[in-house]
Write a new protein. Structure first.
Length: 316
């Protein structure tokens, strides 16, 4: 019987180097379909393949969660007037720009920002200590919304559950960098969420949570600069209308033709995330095949937080 070997990102990186060397020419396969190819030496390109709708959505999610898709950041601040500036991760100036932008601010991610792993993917791909310079507070309603998604049943919800568990890994990683939950919710807000969770009104209650925090600070004569970070256009526009500073995150135009290159560690993270979303994927370079299993019966909290996978040789 072929032995399964467990790996985390660090050990998978070492395994890839040992098994394939510094030059990769890999096909990533699911259910006999090639999802994408990884090619190059030391600095690797991702070549996407034509896929059916659901497979493409999941591949895009995987690329997004690991920072391979360039993002554009549009900032709107509401003080005496509305000001907007924007920049993309394509720019060499992004990291210093973002550090200066967020200095003195408390960033408040919405649910999609956590599920897309926006914050850790920025740090991963910029190879910077970006998260060490950012103050993050997580809305309690985001955590409650993720719990609801994780508890949903049915095959149609399966991929959402997997994305949510990856989102929990994001929360734990952000916690290691000092993020904290926001203050306890007012009873009225909590009751309101319980009645409408899962609808389009959830974002409105998350914005209300931010507004309550601003009001409580004002009553305590504390000045905190809360800034919502979101990839939801409607949520962003509504926040601006409500006087909440906002960072809107979107994929750059024509992103498919401008996918980032990645080093071997970033490739390891991509493979782990892809195998978690698809349950199991196959790596093939023509002469060798290996299965990477991201989902299995009995997968526990530490497996998710450590981003553990199992690798099995598929060579006869």
């Amino acid at each position: 019987m072929t032995e399964k070997v467990d790996h985390t990102p660090d050990s998978l990186q070492s395994w890839l180097q040992k098994e394939f060397g510094s030059e990769l020419d890999l096909k990533i396969i699911f259910d006999e379909s090639v999802l994408f190819e990884i090619v190059g030496k030391d600095d690797f390109e991702i070549n996407l393949k034509k896929l059916e709708s659901e497979q493409k959505v999941n591949v895009v999610s995987s690329l997004l969660m690991t920072g391979f898709i360039h993002l554009k950041f549009s900032v709107t601040e509401d003080d005496s007037s509305v000001k907007e500036s924007n920049i993309s991760t394509f720019s060499d100036e992004f990291v210093p720009w973002f550090e200066k932008l967020t200095e003195g601010k408390i960033l408040i991610p919405d649910t999609n920002t956590i599920l897309n792993r926006t914050m850790t993917s920025l740090s991963l791909m910029s190879q910077s200590e970006l998260l060490e310079h950012i103050v993050l507070q997580i809305p309690r309603l985001v955590i409650l919304e993720m719990e609801r998604k994780a508890n949903d049943s049915g095959n149609k919800k399966l991929i959402d559950k997997r994305k949510t568990f990856l989102g929990y890994a994001e929360l734990m990683e952000l916690k290691n960098f000092g993020s904290q939950p926001m203050k306890e919710l007012e009873q009225e807000t909590l009751i309101g969420f319980s009645g409408i969770s899962g609808t389009t009104h959830t974002d409105a209650l998350i914005r209300r949570e931010i507004s309550e925090a601003k009001l409580n600070d004002k009553n305590s004569q504390i000045i905190n600069d809360y800034t919502l970070i979101t990839s939801d256009m409607v949520n962003s526009l509504s926040a601006i209308a409500e006087g909440i500073n906002t960072i809107y995150v979107s994929k750059i135009p024509n992103w498919e033709n401008n996918i980032r290159k990645g080093n071997i560690f970033q490739i390891a993270r991509l493979l782990i995330t892809t195998s978690s979303l698809f349950e199991k994927i196959t790596l093939s370079n023509g002469s060798k095949k290996f299965d990477i299993e991201g989902m299995w019966e009995g997968k526990n909290n530490s497996d998710w937080f450590d981003q553990k996978v199992f690798v099995t040789s598929n060579n006869n």
